[in-house]
Design a protein around this ligand. Structure first.
Ligand code: ADP
Length: 604
């Protein structure tokens, strides 16, 4: 029986190693893990007593000692199968149900069985160095083991939909090896030493398939990740819907206050109030756009839409927008653009503008006196037809502390909150700026000295279309309201207030403005009358703008230009609506200059 001792020592080493690995890890405190902990401990003890039995038989210990350790061994075997069965019942039936009650039942079963095994007789017959075990305790233990196994099989059958679940692997292994070994041992009692290695094997399999804490932890992390992604998606949708909803009433606020500004007989004070309302609404609009942008970036919905543009013209227009933001602060605003700047570049000009405007606005916001320098240099590569724009915005403002530089580009993170209280902002600007720059394959860097100033640099590559400077056509022209007098224009919008805004914005033109609040009415009118232009809202109940446009095009001889009018300010929307068949696109709140441009384009 020396092989029995050797095999048991070998098994003990393996189970000890597994115990060390398992208990040294920071385990997730899950019921399944707790059961496995007990299982691994009972396996170790069972193996220890298995070793004692082999040693006792080998050294021919007295009968009383052999009977006692055999009884203890049978008790651990009974506990082992009870634990494994409880584990299977837990994953198949209880799941996260009433565990406490089941646990109490399991403990009672173990106690009653333990007492029974302790009291029931065992007969050990030694012949040479082999031992034959018999008696009620032994038969009962084997029967109990078989019963436990049958319960496990029953559980798998009940939960057959999940039969492929790897958590059931120990049961399958038990079927293949455990039962064979037990049956073998029952009929050839002298080879009792093969039980322990088999059960240890099952415990190891269990460790690597089900109860490996790493597997468990990864499973938990994945679940948490999925939940976080779901929540993030819901948040993104919510933000985007909210932004849209906010833009609609904003359209009314901006529209009406601009109309008030136009009134000639208005007192200076009231005009001042109207101007404040316009400024505040524009600020709010900027915030809403920021939220819309960040939610689009997070949802990977931001697209790069390359267009040809005149960079000098674009940078000059950005300077014009910055000057009012500086206001009456003692700041000198200087700008220089490289002499060899190509005349026409191709890239996502809207995003280029947004990036630079964010940096210029920040410089204006966070500088009280001194200078703001806006420089654009470029490196032209004629072989690849690319131009590397090197944009820098340098200010002599408050600067940023070294420890805060890393936080700068985090969304919703504002730095030096106590100094920022009077400055409007959401902490989104630089997060958007960085994302947009990187989306276009560019890079952004920042150098700053606290209380001395900051320099933001952006490197962007754009395609060169032509080195020649094209004739400028974007000079802001004074709106000439007399140009379209008497023209007939149809405005379609389901919101009454938006119709009122549109009517007021169009009023100075002295046109014949017809307002309808549904696609159906628009169709009825378009069939009877001719219009010079139709402004069409997109999101309308029953028949949306696109459906209405398609129906209009079905009318024989219909050739009125139709311009989409929507609060959906998503970039690329103009492309989207143009490809849907609209002649142009105007976003709400309606910008008077853009509206004028559209009118000039279609009513001439
Ligand atoms: P916001 O300006 O809306 O707060 P930003 O993302 O544009 O958000 O900027 C984040 C923070 O970085 C600001 O709150 C400000 O503290 C700091 N910051 C940005 N630009 C400058 C600058 N030019 N000088 C000093 N601080 C700046």
């Amino acid at each position: 029986m020396a092989e029995g001792v050797i095999l048991n020592v070998y098994s003990l080493v393996i189970i000890f190693t597994l115990c060390i690995i398992f208990f040294r890890k920071r385990n997730v405190s899950y019921k399944e893990v707790q059961i496995y902990e007990r299982l691994i401990v009972s396996t170790t003890l069972m193996n220890l007593f298995g070793l004692f039995i082999s040693i006792g038989i080998y050294f021919n210990f007295n009968n009383f000692f052999l009977v006692l350790i055999n009884k203890i061994y049978c008790i651990y075997l009974m506990i082992w199968i009870t634990l494994l069965t409880f584990y299977i019942i837990y994953i198949a039936i209880l799941k996260s149900g009433n565990i406490e009650k089941a646990e109490r039942i399991m403990k009672t079963i173990c106690l009653v069985n333990g007492i029974f095994i302790l009291l029931a007789p065992i007969k050990v017959t030694l012949t040479n160095d082999t031992a034959t075990l018999s008696g009620l305790a032994i038969t009962y233990s084997y029967m109990y083991f078989l019963f436990g196994y049958l319960v496990q099989i029953l559980c798998v059958i009940i939960d057959h939909k999940n039969a492929k679940n790897k958590k059931y692997v120990p049961v399958y292994f038990l079927t293949i090896f455990g039962i064979c070994v037990l049956a073998l041992q029952y009929f050839i009692p002298t080879i009792n030493y093969i039980i322990n290695p088999t059960l240890i094997f099952i415990i190891i399999v269990m460790y690597f398939t089900i109860e490996n804490p790493d597997v468990k932890m990864i499973e938990q992390l994945n679940m948490a990740k999925r939940q976080a992604e779901k929540a993030n998606k819901a948040k993104t949708e919510f933000l985007s819907n909210m932004s849209h909803e906010i833009r609609t009433p904003l359209n009314a606020i901006v529209g009406f206050s601009e109309c008030m500004l136009e009134q000639k007989d208005l007192g200076e004070e009231t005009k001042g109030f109207a101007k404040d309302i316009v400024d505040a609404s524009n600020n709010l609009l900027e915030i809403v756009n920021g939220i819309l942008d960040i939610s689009k970036i997070e949802a990977n919905k931001m697209e790069i839409i390359p267009k040809e543009y005149n960079p000098r013209e674009v940078f000059n227009s950005l300077c014009k927008l910055t000057i009012p933001r500086i206001g009456d602060k003692p700041i000198e605003f200087k700008y220089t653009f490289s002499e060899d700047m190509p005349g026409v570049l191709k890239g996502d000009v809207a995003k280029v503008k947004q990036i630079i405007l964010n940096l210029l606005t920040n410089a204006a916001k966070y500088t009280d006196k001194g200078e703001i320098n806006f420089n654009v240099n470029c490196i032209n590569r004629m072989d690849t037809k690319t131009c590397l724009l090197y944009i820098s915005v340098k200010d002599t403002g408050r600067g940023i502390k070294k420890e805060n530089i890393d936080k700068l580009f985090n969304k919703f993170e504002r730095i030096d909150e106590d100094r920022n209280t009077t400055i409007e902002g959401t902490g989104l600007g630089l997060a958007i700026t960085k994302s947009l720059t990187e989306m276009m394959g560019g890079r952004i860097t920042v150098f700053s000295k606290f209380n001395e100033g900051s320099t933001f640099r952006v490197y962007l590559e754009q395609e060169i279309i032509s080195m020649e400077v094209p004739e400028s056509n974007s000079e802001e022209i004074e709106i000439d309201y007399s140009l379209h007098k008497g023209k007939k224009i149809l405005v379609v919008d389901d919101s009454k207030i938006n119709l009122k805004v549109a009517a007021n914005v169009l009023k100075p033109y002295n046109m014949d403005v017809v307002l309808v609040d549904s696609g159906k009415e628009c169709l009825e009118l378009a069939e009877k009358q001719t219009f010079d232009l139709i402004l069409m809202d997109i999101m309308m109940p029953k028949m949306n703008g696109i459906e209405c446009l398609n129906a209009l095009k079905e009318i024989p001889g219909f050739n009125v230009p139709v311009v989409a009018l929507t609060a959906d300010a998503i970039e690329g929307t103009d492309e989207k609506y143009k490809s849907a068949g609209f002649d142009d696109y105007l976003s709400k709140p309606i910008d008077r200059y853009l509206l004028n441009k559209v009118l000039n384009k279609f009513l001439k």
